[in-house]
Structure formats: C-alpha cells, structure tokens
Design a protein around this ligand. Structure first.
Ligand code: NAD
Length: 495
C-alpha cells in the first residue's frame, strides 16, 4: 500500500492496526503479574485504545533479571562493535520500513499531528540509531603515558543493566536517544515508557528482535510511574538509570538511588526556556521561529521557548505579527495531514493549563490570543500573554502546553537577567544580527543549548541537556556515551 496522504487514508490504516497490550520481556510478550492492567486512551477522541499490562514489582524483577543474565552471558555485551553496528543498522532500516504504522501509533497515543510524526519523529529515531551504529566501530581506547616497564590501557566498558524511564511527548525519539547509545555500547536495557504512550516502543522491541538483537537485551515494562518506574528506580541490579521527564520525578530517581544501590542517575528534566529577541534581528524570521519554538508539538516540548523576551523598541510590532501568525495555525484532528496543533495529552492536563491561564489573567498578564479549548475540551488553542513580568507564575512555571508569555526589556543586561531568572536551564534562543552581541549574550545564558537565529537547534552530533534543575548529563552526540560506559584501567607490569 502506498503511504497515506489524506485523513481518510490514515483512518483506513487505523482500522487495520493491531494494538499490543502486554509488556515485552526476554524477547516475547508478557502479561503483568496478577493480570493487572491500566487504560491507554486516544487523547484526541477519548476512545480507549487498550487495557495495557501494568507491570508490578515482580515483573520488573523478572525483566531486570533477564537483562542481567543476558549482559553476563556476553552474547551482546561482548559482541564485536562491527556486529552491534550491523544489528542496529538493520533496526534503523526496519523502522524506516514501518514509518506509517509507527507514526500512526505515536499520534494515536499522544495526540500529535501524524504529519509531524511521519516527517520528524520516526525518521529521527531511525537516523539516531544509525548515527550511533556508525560511530561505535570508530572509537578507540587510550594508552596511558607510563614508564616503559609498564603498559596501562584505558578502555570503555558497558555499565551493565540500564534502566530507562521516558515521557510521553516524544515517545519513540526520546526512548531511542537512550536506547541507541546504551545498546551500541553493549548494555542490556529495561525501558519503561510513559503510561500514555507505550505502543511505538513495543513495536520497536519487535523490530529489534527481527534485526538480530538477542532476546533479553531489550525489555519493555509498561505500567504506571509510581509502581513500575519506582520498582526500576529502587532495583539493586539496575546499574544506571537514565530518565527524561519532570523535575519532580527526576528528583525522586535521585532519592531512589540513594535508598538502594547508588546506581548512576542521569535526569533530563523540565524547562522554561527564554527566547531573546533583539531590535537588530530579522523580525520576520524571529516571528516564525518564535511560533515554532512554542507551538510545535502543542507546546509539549521540554525546551519549548515559553518565555519570549522582546526589546521594547520592537515589542508592539513583534506582538502584532506573532499573534497574526499564531492565528493561522491549524488546530484539529491529528490524523488530518493539514493539522499543525493536535490534542493535549489528557483532559487533566487541559484543566491544569486552563487554571494556569486564569491565574495569569488574575496576576495582570494581558491575554492577546486563545486561552480557550475547542468544544471537546481536548484541544487548547495557541495562547499568547503580553505584558508579563518575571514575578508572574506564567513566567515561572513550566506549563508544557501552547502558552507563550511575552516580556519586554530595555537593555541587553536586563534581557540576560530575565532569561537567567529561572530554576531551569535547558535551552535558550537569541535573535540578533550583531555577531558580537550574540556571542556575548550566549556565553552568559545559563542553558545547555543556545540557538542563535533559530530555535531548538538539535542534531545527533551535538549534546542536549540542562543546567540547573533541568537536570544533568547529556543525551545525543558522543558525549552521551559517558553515561552508558565506565572507564577500565588495565595495568600490565612488564617483566
Ligand atoms: P513525568 O515525570 O510525570 O513522567 C516521566 C516518566 O516518569 C514516565 O514514564 C512516568 O511513568 C515516570 N514516573 C512518574 N512518576 C514516577 C514515580 N513516582 N516514580 C518513578 N517513575 C515515575 O513527566 P511527563 O509528564 O511524562 O513528561 C513531561 C515532563 O518531561 C516535562 O516536565 C518536560 O519538561 C519533561 N521533558 C524533559 C525533556 C528533556 O530532555 N529535558 C524532554 C521531554 C520532556
């Protein structure tokens, strides 16, 4: 069948889908202990998709034991880099072959426009796996500068059992950001997807088996955070726990580690990223960038540019153009390829966002666009507040939705102060045509990524992660390998 190109095509494909409802342990589907389940629903319609296996502590124990056994057996952990490269390249190719099915599952699980899943999430996942696969047989160890009576080598070894806990906003992409470097370096993995969005990683596990990954190297435990996630965080045989999600849950994982085996924990957490727009920028490009920076993926992006800081000299002009552009965004059925703004993850999140909007109004911010839902109360229109100040909640709290807060500034110094006035430090953007200014300002912004004359600059070749309470450690790039490997010194005394 040719790729779907209309809403009708996607609906027809949807009718043929088979939804998995079990966890994946030791290369096969697994029913949770006691037959426990929880409900996965389609955020755009409220339809129940499946009653999914809710893994309990016993299931997590089983998955971890399986990961430990396969790691110690060495079939994967001691395999040559060339072999691991081949298997992961096979997996990337299989993902590409299944783009439509994966994109549809991604959209049905979390409400994002299927067109974005087809063009961004799924090809991005395949490319990420391929990037790490291509890298792994080009990495060398070191020889230390000892005297000539000794040789000391420094080599990277896999950590062992990696637990990975991921959120729902980019279910496949963020899982792959953890899985690709973890698997390519020889670890065994137990992954817990967000409860809302388990389907694409379950399909990925099936494809990994088909690609040649030995059973038990990749295990998926579906379930709720406070049970399945906690059991993984507290497990004594998990050697490293990589996490993406909220700052509050990231802190829990640090605690779980302290209460159990001091496993390494690498949290990638929340954000309230500033977008600094100086008067000397190209305004049309800055407006287009700001739209993408806050409304892409319904604003459900950790690095969303939710605080827009604009030079007061051009603020009125910016606000007018920004509102006009936001009005044009098409909100609607995620399966309609024309849709640009899909459904919010669940109705509780919609209620939370509406409460944040009411609070912003009460605190004196001026609502200039949106602030309301559609009739189904599952979609939130792009929302823009002007006349925001740093002390208002809308400038402080992560809303994780399509809500932009515009703040004015009069000087470069003031812009930097406002930008850095946050507990978060994930990303920032700067718009200016003055090279000295962009470099000066970028150096002083306390954020893991500064995008200049663009937003959310991201590539497999560059590290991604936060300063301050946006977490630590980095996803992507060769730097991510630091999380999934440990250094081994082997000292040989020559006779
Ligand atoms: P969340 O913290 O609620 O959940 C993330 C994961 O943790 C899920 O798998 C969930 O089941 C699990 N979890 C929840 N409570 C748990 C507990 N008590 N013990 C163990 N595990 C638990 O976050 P979310 O709502 O899924 O995602 C939104 C958040 O993720 C936002 O704050 C966003 O900024 C952040 N995020 C960060 C990045 C990044 O790279 N820094 C990327 C995407 C999302």
């Amino acid at each position: 069948m040719s790729s779907p190109s209309t809403q009708q095509d996607w609906l027809e494909l949807k009718n043929t889908l088979v939804y998995q409802d079990k966890a994946w342990i030791d290369g096969q589907y697994h029913t949770a202990a006691g037959g426990k389940t929880y409900t996965v629903t389609n955020p755009a319609t409220g339809e129940v998709i499946v009653n999914m296996a809710a893994c309990q502590e016993a299931d997590v124990d089983l998955a971890v034991a399986c990961a430990k056994r396969t790691f110690e057996a060495g079939t994967w952990s001691m395999a040559s880099p060339a072999h691991r490269k081949e298997v992961l390249k096979n997996l990337a190719a299989l993902i590409r072959q299944h783009t439509d099915e994966l994109a549809l599952l991604e959209s049905l699980n979390m409400g994002k426009p299927v067109a974005d899943a087809v063009s961004i999430d799924i090809p991005g996942s395949a490319a990420c796996i391929e990037w790490y696969a291509e890298a792994i047989d080009k990495i060398y160890g070191d020889v230390a500068p000892t005297d000539s009576n000794n040789i000391a080598t420094i080599t990277r070894e896999p950590v062992g059992v990696v637990g990975a806990v991921v959120p729902w906003n980019f279910p496949l992409d963020i899982a792959v950001w953890k899985l690709a470097p973890a698997l390519v370096t020889g670890n065994s993995v137990v992954l817990k997807p967000a409860e809302e969005s388990p389907h694409t990683v379950l399909k990925l596990a099936e494809l990994a088996k088909e690609a040649g990954l030995p059973d038990g190297v990749l295990n998926i435990v579906t379930g709720v955070g406070a049970v399945t996630g906690q059991a993984l965080g507290l497990h004594y045989d998990v050697d490293c726990l990589v996490f993406t999600g909220s700052t509050a849950t990231g802190k829990r994982f640090l605690k779980y580690s302290a209460e159990s085996n001091m496993k390494q924990v690498w949290p990638e957490t929340g954000g309230k990223s500033p977008n600094l727009i100086f008067a000397d920028c190209d305004l049309d490009k800055a407006v287009a960038g700001a739209i993408n920076g806050i409304f892409f993926n319904q604003g459900e992006v950790c690095s969303a540019n939710s605080r827009i800081l604009v030079d007061n000299k051009i603020k009125a002009e910016f606000v007018e153009a920004f509102v006009k552009a936001a009005e044009k965004l098409v909100l609607g059925d995620p399966l309609d390829p024309q849709t640009q703004v899909g459904a919010i993850i669940d109705t509780a999140q919609v209620e939370r966002m509406l409460a944040a909007i009411e609070r912003a109004k009460e605190q004196g911010a001026k609502l200039v666009l949106g602030g309301k839902t559609d009739a189904s109360k599952r979609f939130l229109y792009p929302t823009i507040f002007d006349q925001v100040t740093s002390s208002m909640d809308v400038a402080i709290e992560e809303i994780f939705g399509p809500v932009a807060a515009i703040l004015g500034f009069d000087s470069e110094e003031e812009a930097i102060d406002i930008a850095n006035n946050s507990i978060y430090g994930l990303a920032a953007s700067v718009w200016s045509n003055d090279l000295s200014r962009v470099y000066r300002v970028s150096r002083r912004l306390r954020a893991g990524t500064v995008s200049v004359n663009t937003v959310d600059a991201l590539d497999f070749s560059t590290p991604f992660g936060g300063y301050k309470q946006s977490g630590f450690g980095r996803d992507l790039s060769l730097y991510a390998l630091d999380k999934f490997t440990q250094l081994k010194t082997t000292w040989i005394k020559l006779s």
